[in-house]
Ligand binder design. Structure first.
Ligand code: C2E
Ligand code: MG
Ligand code: MG
Ligand code: MG
Length: 278
């Protein structure tokens, strides 16, 4: 039957590809106008210490398009990177997150940091440092209220260039964290050279606490190693009490995940703080 309809199958395949390409072009065109059309927003996910006290938030980008619906950043961020839109979008995120940090200051939560994901394309653009400075200045916040998250793989690919930029950012007093740690190829040697304050252990490792008894010792080792290097550790994607208990036993500094809170709109994030001492 496959042979008989072979030609039709191939034609069907070709059409699907054409539709996919067409969808992608439509998506990119919509994304081009997403900022002006006010379709982007930031959600904030709390980062809590072992006592459950919120010490920071991670800003996560949301795109709600009237035409395409809600689209995941895992889909549109790569599109933005491939089509030269990431600078503009990334800069919007920086400004918006800094404004949120300003609101926290106004409400007496000035010690709470706001972490922003930065794409390597954005980081390596000439005007990045300027953009950061402008975002801080126009929001009137202290540099240490802002944290910049870079993924491990992105850094290792252009280590020399990135290290140079990260040093500049560090000199400005901004915190830096290494996102998705454990999924890339960084070695201890690299880590010691990077001016990074925090390691974020990827969810894939945190999941091992539930599934893989032998490998969960790796988590303890990463945490110990980070502490020896004077770094803090955030566990990403914490979903159960069992994970919290193990992470507490390993002296993990901060927890982030659905069991604490999913990423939520700004107003909800601020409400979340009422459970916390000032
Ligand atoms: P990430 O920075 O590693 O963010 C963590 C992701 O895990 C977020 O997905 C978050 O919603 C999700 N998450 C948090 N806790 C849990 C949990 O307990 N269980 C599960 N299953 N997931 C959890 P999200 O918001 O879809 O973002 C995906 C990725 O998109 C981010 O990964 C980041 O790499 C990228 N991204 C998001 N916003 C931005 C942005 O403003 N700029 C850039 N360049 N990238 C962004
Ligand atoms: Mg992140
Ligand atoms: Mg991550
Ligand atoms: Mg990620």
């Amino acid at each position: 039957a496959a042979k008989k309809s072979g030609k039709n199958c191939w034609r069907f395949y070709e059409t699907t590809m054409q539709i996919e390409a067409y969808d992608k072009i439509r998506l990119i065109n919509s994304l081009r106008h997403a900022i002006e059309n006010q379709e982007l927003s930031l959600h904030y996910q709390p980062q809590v210490d072992i006592n459950g006290c919120t010490v920071g938030f991670e800003a996560l980008l949301r795109w709600n398009s009237p035409e395409h619906g809600a689209i995941s950043p895992t889909r549109f961020i790569p599109l933005a990177e491939q089509n030269g839109l990431i600078q503009k979008i990334g800069n919007w995120v920086l400004k918006e997150a800094s404004q949120f940090a300003r609101k926290l200051v106004n409400k007496g939560w000035g010690h709470i940091h706001v972490a922003v994901n930065v794409s390597p394309y954005q980081l390596c653009a000439d005007h990045f440092i300027d953009d950061v400075r402008k975002a801080l200045y126009s929001a009137g916040i202290e540099p240490n209220q802002l944290e910049i998250e870079i993924t491990e793989n992105a850094l290792i690919e252009s280590l020399e260039e990135s290290t140079h930029i990260l040093e500049k950012i560090q000199a400005m007093g901004i915190r830096m964290s290494l996102d998705d740690f454990g999924t890339g190829y960084s070695s201890l040697t690299y880590l010691q050279r990077l001016p990074v304050k925090t390691l974020k252990i990827d969810k894939a490792f945190i999941d091992m606490i539930l599934t893989n008894k032998a490998q969960k010792a790796i988590i303890r080792t990463i945490i110990d190693m980070a502490h020896i290097m004077k770094m803090n550790v955030v566990a990403e994607g914490v979903e159960t009490e069992i994970q919290i208990a193990y992470l507490a036993k390993c002296h993990c500094d901060l927890l982030q995940g659905y069991i604490i809170s999913p990423p939520v709109p700004e107003a909800e994030a601020i409400n979340f703080l009422s459970y916390c001492k000032k």
